[in-house]
Design a protein. Structure first.
Ligand SMILES: Nc1ncnc2c1ncn2[C@@H]1O[C@H](COP(=O)(O)OP(=O)(O)OP(=O)(O)O)[C@@H](O)[C@H]1O
Ligand SMILES: [Mg+2]
Length: 259
């Protein structure tokens, strides 16, 4: 089966300031439809920067990036993105419903800009909230939710447009273990039944290893660990590597970096 990658990076470099040392260097990879990729690495390693490049929020200094064959950012609702953190001003008490509906902004006709959503949109909103078990909170102000509840609502916002690629930046950093389990089942279902490609940043390889097909270790450069033949040894290797990187800021060992 000859599959076209949905995301291509060719020798990409990125730095936040001109002439400063790159935050990401020589990044080269392909992601194929239906893959589940987990990005691991130490704080400041460049994980969020990498997914912002995929989402088209940042532009590379060097190299080429393609998402569905075009420049990132030109793919509209094929891509659902959940950022690592979102701040809404408490003096502007936006409801959970409106946070989720924002996932449809810019998609279509004039109504959406002013918050005029169709019945179908509202149904999509309810469905997305049900998926993350937050339907009961639809009318609540977003600021009044706990950290984990906010994360679930932000996942719903990424899901509402039914994107082909779902990008999640630390979706479970604040959630409890039951929510984490539900979340794993949700990702599995979205991947297997709805053919979604999923890219997620997580410090917790242990919990995602059962569904992940590829692990990206990002620490300025990228090392890819295919996990299609998941043996206990490989999981251990990746786990140790990422945990060392996370806890002690070590680079992956030479062994851990072998592809
Ligand atoms: N907006 C910005 N302006 C300047 N430098 C930035 C900016 N965002 C991130 N950086 C720098 O780029 C590097 C990579 O940051 P990034 O947020 O991609 O790391 P990360 O791997 O997502 O870390 P974490 O695990 O803490 O979320 C860090 O050195 C960081 O200080
Ligand atoms: Mg980050």
């Amino acid at each position: 089966m000859n599959k076209e990658p949905v995301i291509k990076f060719e020798d990409v470099n990125f730095s936040y300031f001109p002439n400063s040392s790159p935050v990401l260097k020589n990044i080269d990879f392909h992601i194929f439809k239906n893959e589940i990729v987990c990005i691991v690495g130490p704080n400041g390693g460049g994980k969020t920067t990498l997914i912002k490049l995929i989402a088209g929020i940042l532009k590379p200094d060097r190299g080429k990036i393609e998402v569905f064959g075009s420049s990132p950012g030109e793919n509209g609702y094929k891509l659902g993105y959940m950022p690592q953190s979102v701040h809404y001003d408490n003096s502007f008490p936006i409801s959970v419903k409106n946070v989720v509906l924002m996932g449809l902004l810019g998609r279509k006709g004039p109504g959406s800009i002013f918050g005029w959503y169709s019945r179908e949109d509202r149904q999509k909103c309810e469905k997305a909230l049900e998926m993350v078990k937050m339907a009961n909170f639809i009318k609540q102000p977003f600021y009044a939710l706990s950290g984990g509840q906010k994360q679930r609502v932000l996942i719903a916002r990424a899901l509402i447009s039914d994107p082909e690629i779902l990008i999640l930046d630390e979706p479970t950093s604040n959630v409890d273990s039951e929510t984490e389990d539900n979340f794993i089942s949700l990702l599995k279902e979205l991947n297997e039944k709805n053919n979604k490609t999923i890219i997620m940043v997580s410090h917790d390889m242990g919990f995602v290893s059962e569904i992940v097909s590829t692990v990206f270790c990002v620490n300025k450069t990228l090392v890819i660990h295919p996990t299609n033949i998941l043996s206990g040894e490989i999981i251990q290797q990746i786990y140790n590597c990422s945990m060392q990187m996370v806890r002690h800021d070590h680079r992956c060992s030479g062994k851990g970096h072998e592809q």
